[in-house]
Ligand binder design. Sequence first.
Ligand SMILES: [Fe+2]
Length: 254
Amino acid sequence: MQCLPGEEKNSAQSAQFSRAAVLDLSPGQAGRMRAPDIDLICEAFAEVVDAKSHFTFRHSVGVTDAASAIGKAMGLKAERQQLLHRAALLHDLGKLRVPNSILDKPGKLDGDEWAVMKEHPALTRAILDRVTQFRELAYVAGAHHEKLDGSGYPDNLHAEALPLEARILAVADMYGALIEDRPYRNGFSAEQALGIMQRDAGGKLDDDCFAALSSVADTIRPSAAAEASSAPSGQPAPKLVKPVDSKPSMSIAS
Ligand SMILES: [Fe+2]
């Protein structure tokens, strides 16, 4: 699906404003950045990450929409909602270090490739951790593949080490990954995705966060799901090699 002319313009304007926000800052002004400017910069980096692969086009933005909707449904305070929003935008920053030969591989990743893929959350955290004001955000973003039972990665963290925002982000990220196309399968419908996630709710995924997602799934911006699997304007849509399978047979790369 191609962007409509108006959408292209909005995206271009957004990127332009983001660049301007960065360029307007002299080193001496860095400590006085306004929150909206920080948000714009986070959005700009999310666009860079999403543009790396056809299959992750709009992934960061779609996950952010889902995470924000879940956070709102769970009554997060504005300050926590802001942290969640930024962590969602930047959660896959580490994927900039993952080669496209892995991200776009039309088949199952081998052991070495999967090991590289699994490094990306730690890379995200390492990058963001350099910014003092982003320390907590770095932890939340870097934990988006962790599971409550310790079966996630990169650190096999357990429930007690996973704050609410990280649990919400894990749920939003899995939902986003399931509804998007991947090189080895088409995207699932919202209903199918929730059915798959239900199996992990309460064990690997936070039950309350999953319940909140279920309650807002039909209100999450439809374009986030529809556009998530669409190639950027002017580029041919990638050819999928496998039809929808209601039982995913491999780990969910998100
Ligand atoms: Fe990820």
